[in-house]
Design a protein around this ligand. Sequence first.
Ligand SMILES: [Zn+2]
Length: 134
Amino acid sequence: MKLSWKGIWNYKCPRCGEGDLFKKPFKWTDPIDMHKACQNCKLDFEPEPGFYFGALIISYGISSWMLLLPALLLVLYYDWSVMAAMGFTLAFAALTYFKIMRLSRSLYLHFSMRYDKSLENSENSGSKYDKTIF
Ligand SMILES: [Zn+2]
Protein backbone atom coordinates (compact mmCIF):
# COMPACT_ATOMS: atom_id res chain seq x y z
CA MET A 1 0.00 0.00 0.00
CA LYS A 2 1.78 3.11 -1.12
CA LEU A 3 1.07 6.72 -0.43
CA SER A 4 -0.53 8.49 -3.41
CA TRP A 5 0.95 12.00 -3.73
CA LYS A 6 -1.35 12.66 -6.69
CA GLY A 7 -4.34 11.65 -4.57
CA ILE A 8 -3.18 13.92 -1.74
CA TRP A 9 -2.72 16.89 -4.09
CA ASN A 10 -6.09 16.33 -5.81
CA TYR A 11 -7.96 15.63 -2.52
CA LYS A 12 -9.00 12.08 -3.42
CA CYS A 13 -10.05 9.28 -1.08
CA PRO A 14 -6.95 7.56 0.39
CA ARG A 15 -8.42 4.07 0.07
CA CYS A 16 -9.88 3.94 -3.45
CA GLY A 17 -8.35 7.05 -5.02
CA GLU A 18 -11.67 7.88 -6.72
CA GLY A 19 -13.99 9.76 -4.36
CA ASP A 20 -13.51 13.45 -3.61
CA LEU A 21 -12.69 14.53 -0.04
CA PHE A 22 -14.23 17.98 -0.42
CA LYS A 23 -17.63 18.97 -1.76
CA LYS A 24 -17.73 20.75 -5.09
CA PRO A 25 -17.99 23.53 -6.04
CA PHE A 26 -15.62 25.35 -3.67
CA LYS A 27 -17.44 27.71 -1.30
CA TRP A 28 -15.62 30.71 0.19
CA THR A 29 -17.90 30.57 3.22
CA ASP A 30 -16.98 26.94 4.02
CA PRO A 31 -13.64 26.01 2.39
CA ILE A 32 -13.24 22.76 4.34
CA ASP A 33 -16.72 21.37 3.65
CA MET A 34 -15.96 17.64 3.37
CA HIS A 35 -18.06 14.65 2.45
CA LYS A 36 -18.91 12.45 5.46
CA ALA A 37 -17.72 9.37 3.61
CA CYS A 38 -16.26 8.42 0.27
CA GLN A 39 -18.92 8.40 -2.45
CA ASN A 40 -17.14 5.49 -4.12
CA CYS A 41 -15.97 3.10 -1.34
CA LYS A 42 -17.83 4.49 1.72
CA LEU A 43 -14.62 5.10 3.70
CA ASP A 44 -15.48 7.26 6.70
CA PHE A 45 -13.64 10.58 6.24
CA GLU A 46 -14.05 11.49 9.91
CA PRO A 47 -13.15 8.30 11.83
CA GLU A 48 -13.45 10.06 15.18
CA PRO A 49 -14.66 13.46 16.46
CA GLY A 50 -11.95 16.09 16.15
CA PHE A 51 -9.88 13.89 13.82
CA TYR A 52 -8.66 16.86 11.81
CA PHE A 53 -7.16 18.74 14.79
CA GLY A 54 -4.02 16.79 13.88
CA ALA A 55 -4.04 18.47 10.48
CA LEU A 56 -3.39 21.80 12.21
CA ILE A 57 0.20 20.84 13.02
CA ILE A 58 0.75 19.75 9.41
CA SER A 59 -0.65 23.05 8.18
CA TYR A 60 1.57 24.93 10.63
CA GLY A 61 4.67 23.00 9.56
CA ILE A 62 4.07 23.49 5.85
CA SER A 63 3.14 27.16 6.00
CA SER A 64 5.88 28.19 8.44
CA TRP A 65 8.68 26.75 6.27
CA MET A 66 6.97 27.79 3.05
CA LEU A 67 6.85 31.40 4.28
CA LEU A 68 10.06 31.59 6.30
CA LEU A 69 12.47 30.35 3.63
CA PRO A 70 11.42 32.81 0.86
CA ALA A 71 11.37 35.69 3.39
CA LEU A 72 14.90 34.86 4.57
CA LEU A 73 16.07 34.50 0.97
CA LEU A 74 14.61 37.90 0.01
CA VAL A 75 16.13 39.69 3.00
CA LEU A 76 19.53 37.99 3.23
CA TYR A 77 20.31 37.29 -0.42
CA TYR A 78 18.33 39.85 -2.45
CA ASP A 79 18.67 42.68 0.13
CA TRP A 80 14.95 43.39 0.35
CA SER A 81 13.86 45.40 3.37
CA VAL A 82 12.19 43.44 6.15
CA MET A 83 8.90 45.28 5.54
CA ALA A 84 8.95 44.45 1.81
CA ALA A 85 9.70 40.79 2.57
CA MET A 86 6.89 40.81 5.15
CA GLY A 87 4.50 42.23 2.53
CA PHE A 88 5.50 39.51 0.09
CA THR A 89 5.08 36.86 2.79
CA LEU A 90 1.59 38.09 3.72
CA ALA A 91 0.50 38.16 0.07
CA PHE A 92 1.95 34.67 -0.51
CA ALA A 93 0.22 33.39 2.64
CA ALA A 94 -3.12 34.85 1.48
CA LEU A 95 -2.79 33.24 -1.95
CA THR A 96 -1.95 29.78 -0.58
CA TYR A 97 -4.19 29.83 2.50
CA PHE A 98 -7.03 27.59 1.27
CA LYS A 99 -4.72 25.24 -0.62
CA ILE A 100 -2.58 24.61 2.48
CA MET A 101 -5.67 24.22 4.68
CA ARG A 102 -7.16 21.55 2.41
CA LEU A 103 -3.82 19.93 1.64
CA SER A 104 -3.02 19.39 5.30
CA ARG A 105 -6.37 17.65 5.84
CA SER A 106 -5.76 15.51 2.79
CA LEU A 107 -2.23 14.67 3.97
CA TYR A 108 -3.44 13.78 7.44
CA LEU A 109 -6.13 11.43 6.12
CA HIS A 110 -3.72 9.84 3.63
CA PHE A 111 -1.09 9.32 6.35
CA SER A 112 -3.74 7.60 8.49
CA MET A 113 -5.31 5.38 5.82
CA ARG A 114 -3.74 3.80 2.80
CA TYR A 115 -4.97 2.70 -0.58
CA ASP A 116 -6.17 -0.89 -0.42
CA LYS A 117 -8.04 -2.40 -3.33
CA SER A 118 -9.09 -5.47 -1.31
CA LEU A 119 -11.16 -3.28 1.04
CA GLU A 120 -12.91 -1.30 -1.67
CA ASN A 121 -16.27 -3.02 -1.36
CA SER A 122 -16.07 -4.07 2.27
CA GLU A 123 -19.21 -3.44 4.29
CA ASN A 124 -17.52 -4.28 7.61
CA SER A 125 -17.15 -0.95 9.38
CA GLY A 126 -14.16 -2.22 11.38
CA SER A 127 -12.29 -3.06 8.21
CA LYS A 128 -11.76 0.61 7.39
CA TYR A 129 -8.93 0.60 9.94
CA ASP A 130 -7.30 -2.51 8.52
CA LYS A 131 -3.82 -2.12 7.11
CA THR A 132 -3.52 1.50 8.14
CA ILE A 133 -0.54 3.03 9.94
CA PHE A 134 -2.34 3.79 13.17
ZN1 LIG B 1 -12.96 5.84 -1.54
